[in-house]
Write a new protein. Sequence first.
Lengths: 152, 412
Amino acid sequence: MDIRFPHFAVIAGNDLGDEIELLYILSVFYGTKFGEYMVTFGICLPKTDLTVPTITDLIPGALLSEREKQEFFGITVTDIPDGRRLFLPDDFPQGVYPWRKDETGIKPEMVRELWAIDRPKDRPVPPVPEKKPFVEVPATEGMEKKTGGAAE
Amino acid sequence: MNGDTTKKSTPYTVPIGPVHPALKEPVMFTFQMEGEVVRSVDFAPGNTHRGIEWMGMRRNPVQIVHLTDRICGICGIVHSLSFARAVEQIAEIEVPPRADYLRTILHELERMQSHILWAGVAAHELGFDSLLFLAWRVREQSMDLIENLTGNRVNYGIIQIGGVRRDISDDQRPIIEQGLAYYRGLIDQMKTVFLDDSTIRMRCRGHGLLSNRDAQLLCAIGPTARASGVAMDVRHDYPYCAYGDLDVHPVLPPQEFGGPKGDVYDRIIVRLLEIAQSIDIIQQCLDNLPAGEILWEKKLPKLLLTLKKAQGEAIGRVEAPRGECMHYVRMDGNEAPATWKVKASSYSNLMSWIPMLKGEQLADVPIIVASIDPCMSCTDRVTIIRNGSAADLTKEELTRLSREKTRRLSQC
């Protein structure tokens, strides 16, 4: 059987506590009905030595995925042709890796709870008065009749 | 052009973005230009990163399903479907056959609206605005159909782990049939308008070339890869939902158009033929729609309890309108998954921009960039506000350049 160039999908990663597991997800034999197979290579990197060689010399398309793993897991990909950040902005703190589950992960003070944020105080008063907080009124028989009448 | 604001010696550096000429979503491009010709290109995504995966790792799978709806504004089904499929495999949940068929119908309707939307955008990039309005008017029918079936035009909220949340009633069937008949009558007309137009052919034939080898090396997927002759389609190679029962083939540019060349024109052909294919698939689904349940478990607490006990890891794959969409999920017996990795389709396709744009003119950049149908919010997925980068070319200016080229070509 003719082996075609494998299709590289993505590198997924797990923080397992003492080590970080990288999963290289590939598929082979695509293009044949029911014939495609998923192949996943997993490697565990101890947190004391988080380096892994690049695979971009074999599969150039893996570059984005390797750059993403560098910034999100804090691993070092050796010989990577382009080691810049991919998704995180330049002003994102160094040494914080969003997908890590240890002390280098996202710190609680970095999380902004959107539900806890009130309206900004430095804005002009809105032209329409703000809604009063919803107070649940116990339904009575009279109210039900009233709403029923309005619907008709 | 803009010589006073950029470096005076060759190669010129022309930054474009992050607010983009071709897309309604942000991505930053830096071109090294030699005269009008692009010598090298660099791009920086990440302007719409929202940290969705991080948020998901703190929520239970039923909550995540609704979060996945919001990853992308256009692909409302594919992310929730591939996430649901990954979780279903971990928890060994069997989806009822009717739900599989309903998922397939909605999945294909989404492909139709997405491809027609793209066709409109492509026409706009070429300066063919009347075609943009016509294409988007035609798209409305599929949006209405989706609204009728799911209750929403976008963010459908139709997928649930173990099935779908709404059934198709007997009253709705004629509405779907009517919609399909509408598109069947239009497909030839759309082919004529897009493929027989000499201006579109001049602007797209031979531009934005991606060779078969490059498509494989750079892991291109979906219509981008198929236009370069790489026969891959998850629906055909690794069937999911009802696709195993149906007649589905990867659509390659046919011989009558000269076979796959890997240019922008081929990507238009593939997408137009896929609209026709989607109509056919929905018809097959309607004809064979089995009766029965649409959910594995209706009671959410029971479903959540099962998911809480689930342990293991799985990959959910679906063929999104732009190519393979993949979710990797690992669950370790807690309420929230231990790992959730989203691989959106544009994530794999972005690298193909580099060979496509090399050696092209600046005026061709918008259509080539748009030709892979990139979806930045899918790719980025996390939030960040960046300091305004200097953009010397405004969106209007670049679109104007592109239009002038169309006008120039149609005069000669």
